[in-house]
Design a protein around this ligand. Structure first.
Ligand code: SAH
Length: 270
């Protein structure tokens, strides 16, 4: 049982989901916590526009990847959050999407709980939902998909990548995060496990940003079509993925001709 009185000297840590990119997609509670932050610790996938809500004297600490420099390890991040909270500061830990969806938010909470530092989670709109939504792909649809599954397409140890995929491969709608590096392996594995090669696939790059790009294809064609995409991107597999072709409302899906070099550009619908 957590007794709040025992924490009095420590500051509270807010683990806040920043949403997928468009700064309007953070929650009101998320904004309100940033506004009262004394320390703001943020990642690479957080839209930097959100930092402007922090008080001018709030300390900003970037812990995302830095090209060409050693990245800050999870242990170091945990250490920074704990140390700042122990100084009695209001700490906001801002993460892309939702803090508990592949955001290592659970590990940070464990570190805080161990030190008896109070924390609060402010959920965010995960790219797992926002990427399909911004591409016009419902993740469920009456009569077509009764469930959706979200899985990582990257594991530290490659042998864990396809653990339990006999089930995962047959999800009505399969949403893969962090899957671009292993796209070829993933597509091959899905077909091996019995998914039809003509199964629709959509990939949404930079969902909710003005330069969002959606490409559509099938398990058979997507590897060639996806070769010009860059991270972050979310992969959606299943019958509903083809709905991007009719329900796109934000940017037009790009029709990549795999026989020609296509220059991919984002195009706004309308
Ligand atoms: N906590 C985050 C996910 C972190 S894992 C969330 O809930 O969204 C990082 C992966 O998220 C990326 O590899 C990519 O697959 C996906 N992602 C994050 N931002 C995205 C965006 N704007 N568009 C498409 N995919 C995105």
């Amino acid at each position: 049982m957590i007794n709040r009185n025992q924490f009095q000297r420590n500051g509270t840590v807010y683990l806040v989901g920043a949403g997928p990119g468009d700064p309007d997609l953070i929650t009101l509670r998320g904004i309100n916590t940033i506004k009262k932050s004394q320390v703001l610790i943020y990642d690479r996938l957080v839209n930097p526009d959100l930092l402007s809500y922090a008080p001018v004297n709030s300390e900003r600490i970037y812990v995302g990847k830095r090209p060409g420099k050693p990245s800050v390890s999870q242990e170091q991040i945990n250490g920074i959050i704990v140390a700042k909270a122990k100084e009695g500061k209001v700490v906001v830990r801002l993460k892309g999407g939702d803090p508990f969806v592949f955001g290592r938010g659970g590990e940070e909470c464990e570190a805080l709980a161990k030190e008896k530092i109070p924390f609060e989670i402010v959920p965010g709109i995960s790219s797992a939902l926002a990427a399909p939504a911004y591409a016009g792909i419902p993740v469920t649809h009456r009569g077509k998909a009764r469930s959706f599954t979200v899985v990582t397409g990257y594991t530290r140890d490659k042998k864990d990548l396809f653990k339990n995929w006999q089930h995962i491969a047959h999800a009505d709608t399969l949403v893969v995060l962090m899957g671009m590096k292993n796209l070829e392996l993933i597509v091959t594995q899905l077909v091996l496990l019995g998914r039809k090669p003509e199964t629709p696939v959509a990939i949404v790059e930079k969902a909710s940003y003005k330069n969002q790009i959606t490409i559509t294809g099938t398990l058979e064609t997507i590897i060639d079509k996806a070769q010009y995409l860059t991270p972050p991107a979310t992969i959606i597999i299943g019958e509903l993925a083809s709905m991007a072709d009719t329900l796109a409302w934000f940017t037009e899906p790009v029709d990549v001709d795999i026989n020609k070099e296509t220059e991919i550009q984002s195009a706004v619908v309308g």
